[in-house]
Ligand binder design. Structure first.
Ligand SMILES: [Zn+2]
Length: 364
């Protein structure tokens, strides 16, 4: 089966999170030379495939078979890959069945490798990701079989194929502050405690402020206010409570405790409560790690481009590999239509992606 036929086959599975629509069984059959371990929990399906070629390091390719719902506005069936010119349109074309097709083909064609090659595929990356990649990594840890290196094939390129890889990701901390006041009549402000007036005084020191100065890998972690509400929609009552929501996309320099201390610095004089939730931890792989160097080299060989090493954007399952101490990088096709109607990628990008992965395996 050639690469593009394989890619189209994957795109036809209606694998909306957490369904795989039979895709994992197909993949298991496709890579029949690999040992397979299946994981199923709470409707989430994961597949781990491995093959020990010789003694040596363990390299894992990782990705998700699930896609987000297609939504409205498609010009062709989102689950029937449609070619128009150089483009192939379907849900998951960029995010990330292109990446899956590329590493599946590269692994299938591998005859020789200086260690163990594995693949970790989940059906729950776009959802809660609770029983997805983490479930498999936990099992690998218990069995002392964690990979040394991982390549996650998420779409990372910006405007040209080969222009960016990700060597880490920022974390994400969400918070809710509730400032309690005392409701009253607008004409008697001295008898009330107006939480809007109190909070307004500290906002200039908090809104959009950098919590660290960033470094070579990360932009500064910003305190971003996403919602403030109080009041009853009338002009003659001052409210008894104000609720403010915020998000911090944090670098490795700023922790949950730092965010808590930052809020406390400005709210400590006030009656308030703070709820913090760290939905993702930041991670970064050292620029000198072998997997970074090997990937950059392979991209150079295939495209002649030196990619930038980025940590920008939202979170991905790469963070879980980072948490288990695995040197992890992400590389895939251009990301400009993911989760949108008429998601598409070019045939040439998918072919080049497969070449890059094949180079990485050959050079390893
Ligand atoms: Zn993705």
């Amino acid at each position: 089966m050639d690469l593009i036929t394989l890619f189209e086959k994957l795109l036809r599975f209606r694998s909306i999170t957490p369904e795989d629509d039979g895709a994992l069984a197909f993949i298991e059959g496709y890579l029949c030379d690999f040992e397979a371990v299946r994981f199923e929990k709470e409707g989430v399906k994961n597949l781990f495939l491995y093959r020990k070629f010789s003694e040596g390091p363990h390299l894992c390719f990782a990705g998700h078979i699930d896609v987000v719902p297609p939504g409205e506005g498609w010009e062709s069936d989102p689950f029937e890959p449609t070619r128009r010119g150089e483009w192939l349109y379907a849900r998951g074309a960029q995010d990330m069945k292109s990446g899956l097709a590329a590493f599946l083909k590269a692994c299938k064609d591998t005859k020789d490798f200086g260690g163990t090659l594995s693949l970790l595929i989940t059906s729950d990356e776009e959802g809660e990701a609770k029983y997805g990649t983490v479930e498999v990594l936990e099992w690998l840890k218990e069995n002392a079989f964690l990979p040394d290196y991982a390549i996650v094939a998420e779409p990372t390129c910006e405007t040209r194929f080969g222009d960016a890889i990700k060597i880490g990701r920022r974390g994400s901390i969400n918070g809710i502050i509730e400032k309690i006041g005392k409701q009253g009549h607008a004409a008697y402000p001295e008898k009330a405690v107006n939480p809007i007036h109190k909070v307004a005084q500290v906002l200039p020191y908090m809104a959009g402020v950098d919590l660290d100065s960033g470094d070579e890998n990360f932009a500064p972690s910003k305190f971003v206010i996403t919602d403030i509400r109080a009041g009853m929609g009338v002009t003659n009552v001052t409210p008894g409570k104000l609720r403010m929501m915020f998000n911090v996309r944090n670098s490795t320099q700023t922790t949950k405790e730092d965010v808590e201390a930052f809020v406390h610095r400005y709210f400590r004089e006030m009656d308030y409560t703070l709820t913090l939730n760290e939905s993702a931890k930041p991670f970064v792989t050292d620029r000198t790690s072998r997997v970074v160097r090997d990937l950059v080299r392979a991209i150079g060989e295939v495209t002649g481009i030196e990619p930038k090493l980025s940590t920008a954007g939202g979170t991905s399952d790469a963070r879980f590999f980072g948490e288990y101490g695995i040197d992890t990088v992400e590389f895939g096709v251009i990301n400009d239509t993911i989760h949108a109607p008429n998601e598409r990628t070019s045939i040439a990008e998918v072919e080049n992606l497969e070449r890059v992965f094949a180079r990485v395996i050959a050079n390893f």
